[in-house]
Design a protein around this ligand. Structure first.
Ligand SMILES: Cc1ncc(COP(=O)(O)O)c(C=O)c1O
Length: 203
């Protein structure tokens, strides 16, 4: 999966469906952006797993949701996205290939201004992975969804990719302040079992 998407194996998280991967991307990333970045921007033809999750974020966390229209060709105009982006944008979600129209969005062109304004970019590539070349770093996306059953894998297989950014000009992965310790801790802790409780007898 990592090789298919230009990602590192540790950046791939397996999920049980594309919907779960979309949900994980949005619900994992948006509340973590803090109090100043509270807006999600999506386009109107996103899969319900994106649009309904954005609405759930509005209900649960007060996230503001902007849904941009697409043109007659099914595409989101990069200029329309640029105009909608603001300092409050937490995340932009645009699918790679439309599940109804097959329209291929200009993902790299959309991701660049979003990231330049400090927003995360999520791409639902459920209908594109395995059919058109996808490279998370060349596209400049932070989060990407793949659904196994759309590419002849068994049902119940999917993944969410979290592509870590490189620091400009260094080729090294950029860490957020404080992330080093947290990341190491998480890696060390990953897979560890919680201490087992002794069964209580005689109760
Ligand atoms: C673009 C897109 N995203 C997400 C999904 C959801 O994937 P799943 O059926 O694995 O939940 C689909 C499924 O049709 C899809 O077409």
């Amino acid at each position: 999966m990592a090789a298919l998407l230009g990602a590192r194996p540790r950046e791939v998280v397996f999920t049980a469906s594309g919907s779960e991967a979309n949900l994980l991307a949005l619900r994992g990333a948006v509340p973590a952006r803090g109090r100043t970045r509270t807006r999600v921007i999506a386009q109107a033809t996103e899969h319900p797993a994106v649009l309904e999750t954005a609405r759930a974020l509005r209900r649960l966390h007060g996230t503001r949701v902007t849904v941009l229209p697409v043109g007659g060709d099914g595409l989101l105009d990069p200029a329309a996205l640029e105009a909608a982006l603001g300092e409050d944008t937490a995340l932009v979600s645009v699918m790679a290939a439309g599940n109804e129209t097959g329209a291929l969005q200009p993902v790299a062109e959309l991701a660049a201004p979003a990231r330049a304004r400090g927003a995360l970019f999520h791409c639902d590539a459920a209908q594109a992975a395995g059919k058109v070349p996808l490279d998370v770093r060349a596209l400049g996306v932070d989060l990407l969804t793949v659904a196994g059953h759309k590419m002849y894998a068994p049902k119940g297989t999917a993944s969410a990719v979290r592509a870590r950014r490189r620091a400009a000009g260094t080729g090294r992965l950029r860490r957020r302040p404080g992330a080093r310790t947290a990341g190491r801790h998480a890696e060390r802790g990953a897979g560890r079992r919680s201490p087992r409780r002794r069964p209580r007898h005689g109760r």
